[in-house]
Design a protein around this ligand. Structure first.
Ligand code: NAG
Ligand code: NAG
Ligand code: NAG
Ligand code: NAG
Ligand code: NAG
Ligand code: NAG
Ligand code: NAG
Ligand code: NAG
Ligand code: NAG
Ligand code: NAG
Ligand code: NAG
Ligand code: NAG
Length: 750
């Protein structure tokens, strides 16, 4: 098993995880219930609407569409109103009658006065799409409706003596008056009156009109003062929703209608209760049908991945995998040739292993099986299981949440490490999605190589991580030590990586400046906490946007402590093998191999630059001088070109000062010399100050500074842990794969 996964890793090293934003696929999915007609004339009728008994939602006739033939052409009607469009997203467009009041010049008598009533009890007038309009030069009109069972009315007034004063194009009170509609009105009626029976204006305006109309279909012309008489009905939009309860209540009832792979969305509470269904990300279809939401094969769209990648469709999302001979580095597929030597070495050792294995495995197959159980125990011990158990008992209280999982539990959770549960893959190993028996979603990380000399460190690190209870650090639930490489079990974060949100076009437009600043502040706070608030300092070593996860509320979580190192507080630097991600790597650390907290500060500076510019840290698609974002960003700041490189949509008049200060902070984080960079705590405080500046533009600095202190101290929990004991095991053996272990073990046993 270990052998196979190693081969796979060699060829399919890199994976880019991406979510589909808005799918533009053709609508081939069913709209209506089986055996039900899904259109009436040109209008599509999606369930819960339907045109025959049994085809629309039970319990209310509001969803019944009368597909009437009376005019020869099939015409969808709700009540006596023509329906022109129904959207699954919760809107229905109808042709609504207008209110009218017309006068006869010869006797000044009203000869046609109609009021308009809307009688669809559970639908409300869309506040966003419509306007209430009155047209006339001797006119006042009311819109009357019920809001929370109380009557409300709003009114519009327009008087003018001469048609020359009535300007086409502007509905601003002369000849035409318009109002926004209050939210949540039901049982609406319109009525219009005149002051002087139109006697002064009869020659150009014999009637008053009042109506609700779609904003985008209304443009006032002065000839409407007469010609509107010909428009018996006008287009307006209603909001529809299911039932009169909230999602929470409805979900536990038998008549809850959202189908598989959907989410339930409450209607705006002001609009009254009721809910909508929506397909989950990556699914398309009618969410009101039982199996309406179908998976999208995103890979069918051309050019979704770059040319060195192939697209793999997964339930709910897709992945771009590097093609054979390439692997992922800084989100770019790089030819394996560039690291040929290493791979050659690994390749040769694999071929050697393969031959050995083939020879031995057939002979020792029986033996192996018997020894497997013993082997598990051995791994458990090698991986520091005893040490961990001991540590756990020492820290019993605080360790309550940490669990040691068994191989079987994790196998079950990931469906035997099924390919469909792979969330991501990289040089560190593979991350699987898993579901524990209690339905908790988890991410399970399987490292690539179990470096025996690191086990003590690993255990320590694990204990430290389980103790960290910072809202912006991914929570570690537990681990499994029975396999060759320890497996880590983390909380599952739903919304993907920050990298994805910054670099995916459709997602990045949703990532406003406020969100970006919030994310930066949270990450800086988390890193500051790791650096200084714990009894031993933790250096993350691989800070990058791909290691920052976001949940559905854009709360950020620092993840992947695979490369992290613990530094006892009396030691400020550590000699290590240079490790990290190109584009984020501290140049000073690269030269000296001296690891300090300032290396994280540099990497964080790159993340800040990424948030500002939306560009990738390293991209071979850009001209050579622009490839490294840190360098091109510093150049731009020096040349005072900041506003040329910023992501366009985040800039507005109000945040220029914030942007400038943020960029300056990034600049100081990117200083070449570590000692010139601010500490993570200083960065966090400065960002917090910037944030409160945005919230209270006039707020004074003192208040902000105090707030920052509060913020920092609030996140520093008390934290006691004994580091010394962890490092006592030192095994020198290094193994390449599970088979290597097997062979050794078998030989020992002989
Ligand atoms: C749909 O109609 C066909 C033929 O009339 C019938 O065999 C089938 O059972 C119907 N399906 C449903 C769900 O009513
Ligand atoms: C509506 O209710 C009737 C009887 O209560 C049932 O036979 C029918 O299948 C229901 N229709 C839908 C679409 O649920
Ligand atoms: C449908 O509309 C037509 C024409 O307006 C009317 O005659 C018929 O009664 C309506 N059918 C139902 C079921 O309401
Ligand atoms: C509408 O009229 C057409 C032809 O005039 C006919 O084929 C169709 O069955 C009618 N539909 C309904 C619902 O009455
Ligand atoms: C349409 O229906 C409403 C309410 O049912 C009624 O007040 C109105 O007079 C009707 N209008 C026409 C033109 O039938
Ligand atoms: C119906 O509404 C949807 C969304 O509001 C829109 O995309 C579609 O073009 C509309 N169809 C017609 C025929 O107006
Ligand atoms: C207006 O009133 C006159 C006199 O009463 C009548 O002859 C004429 O038909 C009326 N016009 C309309 C449009 O009702
Ligand atoms: C307006 O018309 C009404 C009847 O429709 C009549 O009672 C009233 O006196 C008229 N007012 C004026 C100012 O002409
Ligand atoms: C009054 O106006 C309505 C709607 O505009 C129209 O249908 C009706 O024919 C008019 N009545 C008269 C008597 O003109
Ligand atoms: C609807 O509004 C009318 C007045 O326009 C009122 O008389 C009636 O009671 C209201 N109906 C409901 C159900 O609130
Ligand atoms: C009124 O009807 C005419 C002709 O059908 C149409 O061109 C015009 O757009 C309509 N006016 C409004 C405000 O919808
Ligand atoms: C909600 O709807 C149900 C059935 O449609 C009805 O019996 C109930 O009275 C409604 N409740 C409220 C608060 O409107």
């Amino acid at each position: 098993m270990g052998f196979h996964s190693m081969l796979v890793q060699l060829t399919w090293v890199g994976v880019i995880l991406s979510f589909m934003a808005a799918a533009a696929a053709a609508t081939a999915f069913p709209l209506a219930l089986p055996n039900c007609t899904d259109r009436c004339g040109d209008v599509k009728i999606p369930y819960p609407f339907g045109i025959t008994e049994g085809c629309f939602l039970n319990g209310t006739r509001d969803f019944f569409i009368n597909c009437s033939n009376s005019s020869g052409q099939p015409q969808p009607l709700t009540g006596n109103l023509t329906v022109t469009n129904i959207s699954i997203q919760g809107q229905i467009e109808i042709m609504m009658f207008k209110a009218e009041d017309c006068y006869n010049y010869t006797n000044g008598m009203s000869w046609n006065k109609t009021t308009a009533k809307l009688k669809i009890p559970s639908f409300t007038i869309s506040v966003i799409e419509n306007k209430f309009v009155a047209v006339g030069c001797d006119t006042y009109a009311f819109l009357i409706g019920n809001l929370n069972d109380q009557q409300f009315s709003i009114g519009c007034l327009s008087q003018c003596q001469n048609i020359r004063n009535v300007a086409s194009g502007s509905c601003s009170g002369i000849g035409c008056c318009q109002l926004d509609i209050p939210e949540g009105l039901k049982n609406v009626s319109l009525i219009t009156y005149s002051f002087e029976n139109h006697t002064q204006v009869w020659n150009f305006n014999p009637c008053s009109f009042a109506f609700v109309i779609r904003k985008d279909k209304f443009n006032f012309y002065s000839d409407y003062l007469t010609s509107l008489q010909g428009n018996e009905t006008l287009p307006m939009v209603l909001d529809w929703a299911i039932g009169n309860e909230t999602c929470k209540v409805a979900q536990n009832k038998p008549n809850y209608i959202c189908g598989a792979n959907t989410i339930c969305i409450d209607l705006n509470p002001i609009n009254g209760p009721g809910y909508h269904c929506e397909c989950k990300k990556g699914y398309l279809g009618n969410p009101y049908l039982k199996d309406g939401c179908q998976e999208i094969d995103e890979c069918k769209e051309t050019n979704i991945c770059t040319d060195k990648q192939i697209c793999v469709n997964r339930p709910g999302y897709y992945e771009c995998l590097c093609i054979k001979g390439y692997h992922l580095e800084s989100a770019v597929c790089v030819s394996d040739q560039s690291s040929l030597a290493i791979h050659l070495a690994v390749g040769i050792s694999i071929i050697g292993l393969l031959i050995l294995l083939l020879g031995c495995s057939s002979i020792y197959w029986g033996l192996k099986k018997r020894k497997l159980i013993k082997l598990k125990e051995k791994f458990f011990q090698q991986n520091g299981g005893l040490l961990l158990k001991q540590q756990l008992s020492n820290h019993q209280k605080s360790m309550e949440t940490t669990k040691i999982f068994t191989t079987e539990e994790l196998k079950k959770a990931t469906n035997n490490y099924d390919e469909s549960s792979v969330l991501g893959q990289g040089s560190y190993g593979t991350v699987y999605r898993g579901v524990l028996p209690d339905k908790t979603m988890v991410a399970i990380k399987k490292s690539k190589i179990g470096d025996q000399s690191q086990i003590g460190q690993f255990i320590n690190e694990m204990i430290v991580l389980t103790q960290i209870n910072h809202r912006n650090v991914v929570k570690l639930f537990g681990c499994c030590l029975e396999t060759e490489v320890p497996l880590l079990v983390y909380e599952f974060i739903t919304n993907g990586t920050l990298s994805n949100h910054v670099h995916d076009k459709s997602l990045s437009s949703l990532l406003s400046w406020e969100k970006r600043l919030k994310i930066a502040t949270e990450i800086a706070g988390a890193l500051a906490y790791l650096h200084s608030s714990t009894s031993i300092s933790i250096i993350h070593r691989d800070v990058k946007t791909m290691n920052i996860l976001l949940d559905d509320n854009y709360t950020s979580k620092v993840a992947d402590f695979g490369a992290s190192r613990l530094v006892p507080l009396d030691q400020t630097e550590l000699n290590t093998l240079v490790q990290g991600t190109l584009g984020y790597l501290d140049p000073e650390y690269m030269q000296t191999s001296q690891l300090t907290e300032k290396s994280d500060v540099y990497s964080f500076g790159v993340v800040m630059a990424e948030l500002l510019t939306g560009k990738k840290a390293l991209s071979f698609d850009r001209p050579e001088i622009d490839r490294n974002l840190a360098i091109s960003f510093m150049t731009a700041i020096k040349e005072d070109r900041l506003f040329q490189i910023l992501e366009n949509h985040i800039v507005n008049e109000d945040n220029i000062k914030q942007l400038k200060e943020f960029a300056n902070l990034a600049k100081s984080c990117l200083s070449l010399r570590g000692e010139d960079r601010p500490s993570m705590k200083e960065v966090a405080m400065e960002l917090e100050r910037l944030r409160s500046m945005g919230k209270h533009p006039l707020g004074n600095i003192d208040v902000c500074a105090k707030k920052t202190e509060c913020f920092l101290s609030a996140s520093s929990h008390s934290f006691n842990i004994d580091v010394g004991t962890g490092c006592s095991t030192s095994t020198t053996a290094e193994y390449d794969s599970i088979e290597d272990h097997l062979l050794k073990h078998v030989e020992d046993g002989r």
